[in-house]
Write a protein of this length. Structure first.
Length: 246
């Protein structure tokens, strides 16, 4: 009798799991039946980002992988074409252009955000790697991301009308309220400078500076009073008491 009960429980549990799985699948199928699945509506889409491949060191498939990523996430057309990089007579293609070049005399990334173009230099990205194609490919994809963000105004702020906002023409500068930066940009700049070894100054008080020994000579009565108080000799000599006997 016990065996029959155990077997019944096993069959019942398996049936319940199968039914639950079927229910999950049926919901997906039901959603498809009701909607017909998802479609991309590209009828109103216009403009494009273009990767101009002007080198042979990095495989074009790396550029296409980056292009597919931005096509999916920005939902704009991103093309990869073969071409040249004629500096300083740069000729952008599309609404934003990233040139991929092989120039030992150029930096790893060159950006002209007001003109919506940037260049990724694979010659610099190959330095110090030896035969490590995986690292090289990863560097190229990361620099493509950084370059495109720079070219299309990815340095923007959460606050409107700020001087790091996107510029399509010189006249757009007139729409910006001031030359001063918003706090979110300043924080990012502070982080970036610290990463490069830059240390900012700190703010202290005249009294603290006197106590630490780096204060300048007093320039007014208030500072003189603080200076004299900090530098005054003790009125009573320090008494050294004998050690107590245990």
């Amino acid at each position: 009798m016990k065996r029959i009960i155990v077997l019944t429980l096993i069959v019942t549990s398996a049936a319940a799991l199968f039914a639950a799985d079927q229910k999950k699948l049926s919901r997906e199928e039901e959603a498809y039946r009701q909607t017909g699945g998802r479609l991309l509506d590209t009828r109103k889409m216009k403009g494009r980002i273009v990767y101009v491949n002007a080198q042979k060191k990095a495989d074009a498939a790396i550029l296409r992988e980056s292009a597919d990523y931005f096509y999916t996430n920005l939902r704009v057309k991103v093309d990869v074409i073969e071409g040249t990089f004629d500096f300083p007579n740069v000729k952008p293609v599309g609404e934003a252009t990233v040139f991929v070049i092989d120039r030992p005399d150029f930096p790893s990334v060159l950006a002209a955000p007001d003109n919506a173009w940037a260049a990724v230099n694979v010659a610099k990205l190959a330095e110090g790697l030896g035969k490590k194609p995986a690292f090289f490919n990863a560097r190229v994809k990361k620099e493509l991301t950084r370059a495109l963000a720079s070219a299309i105004g990815g340095i923007d702020s959460a606050y409107p009308h700020n001087p790091v906002g996107p510029i399509a023409k010189v006249g757009d500068l007139d729409k910006m309220e001031d030359y001063r930066l918003a706090v979110d940009v300043m924080r990012r700049m502070d982080k970036a400078l610290k990463h490069r070894g830059v240390v900012p100054y700190s703010v202290s008080t005249y009294e603290q500076a006197c106590m630490e020994g780096w204060a300048h000579q007093p320039t007014n009565a208030v500072q003189k009073a603080i200076w004299d108080d900090v530098h005054a000799l003790p009125s009573k000599p320090l008494a050294i008491k004998p050690e107590s006997k245990r």
